[in-house]
Every structure is written in structure tokens, then in C-alpha cells.
Design a binder for this molecule. Sequence first.
Ligand code: VGL
Ligand code: ZN
Length: 200
Amino acid sequence: MDGKTALLVIDMQNDFCEGGALAVDGATSIVPVVNSLIAGYDHVILTQDWHPAGHSSFASQHEGKAPFETVARPYGEQTLWPDHCLQGSEGAAFHAGLEWTKTELVLRKGFRAEIDSYSAFRENDRQTPTGLAFYLRERQITDLVLCGLAFDYCVAWSALDARRYGFSARVVEQATASIDLDGSKGRMRQAMEEAGVTFA
Ligand code: VGL
Ligand code: ZN
């Protein structure tokens, strides 16, 4: 039986849009593009970055550290961010213009204080699963189309993991925006290409 396709919309939340705590350049302008993608797919899944106060990825938790610097964590190097996407906050809410009513699953991630989670599949320790891979398999979804924020972090890590778990992955670049920290945009695009991710 042929598998089904799902659209995975990554982290289209206020804090990543204009005026948000971790605003990504160009994020707000992709909202209509994402909406037209949502309209075109039978199965839509959203992710929602969802951090408790004092999350270990926040620079505010590390003395002498500023946002966008890195810190060594038990699971490896972690980039530090401004406090963002606090559980239940307006910053963690989806952008008001996002037409997400038809969404079948909202997958929250990053809710463990000690581990960040860029990928929709596995947290940054690369071991703790979110449950998404089994959810997709049980629903006979084999192909993923990805969009959202940020291209070079949560979209890229999700697309790379999608390939590792055996799903096809296609990123709709014009429905993404990048943080581009120290060349992360080009680096992650190349890593995706090498992993067999395709681009629309
Ligand atoms: C993201 C940094 C921190 C993302 C989430 O959605 O790309 N980036 N948390
Ligand atoms: Zn986050």
C-alpha cells in the first residue's frame, strides 16, 4: 500500500515572528505561504516549542553567558537562546494569522528542562524520542513535507531525523526563514542534501 503524505509545520509561534523573543528575519512574511500549504494537504501536523521557565537552553540560566553563545551540556554542545516559548505564554502561541484549524496533531517539544529539542522526532540528546515516528508509522504516513521555523534549526533537525527514521522529507524553502548563526543556514542545507532531503 502506498503511504500517505503529511505536512509538518514547525514552530510557527509568536516568539519566532516579528517582535517575538527570538524573532527570525522574514518569519511573519511566510505565514500566508504556510497557510496555502496547509490548505493543500490532507494531513497536517504542527510542532510547538514548549519550554518550562528556567529551561537549560536559556542563556539566562548560565552565568556569564549571552544568547547565541554555546555551553557544554551532558549530551554535547548546546546553543543558548533568549528565554522563549514559555509554556502557556503568548510567545508560545501560534501566530494569529496561521490557519491551523484542520491540524490533526500538535506535537509539543522542549518541555524537559534539562534537554532542548530542535527535532520533532528526538530531543537534543539524540536519544529521547518524542513519539512522532511511531505515530506516523501507525497512520501509514511515509512522506513528509516540512515548512516553518527556523529553517536551520528545528526544520533542519526534523528533516534530518525524518530521513534517519526512513521517511521521505521535502522542505518547502519559501515557507521557511533562517536564524543563520555562524553560517548555519548553508551548513544545514548541505547536511540535508547529503541526507536525501529534497527542496521544493
Ligand atoms: C528553535 C531555537 C530554539 C526553532 C527553537 O524553532 O528553530 N530554535 N528553539
Ligand atoms: Zn526553543
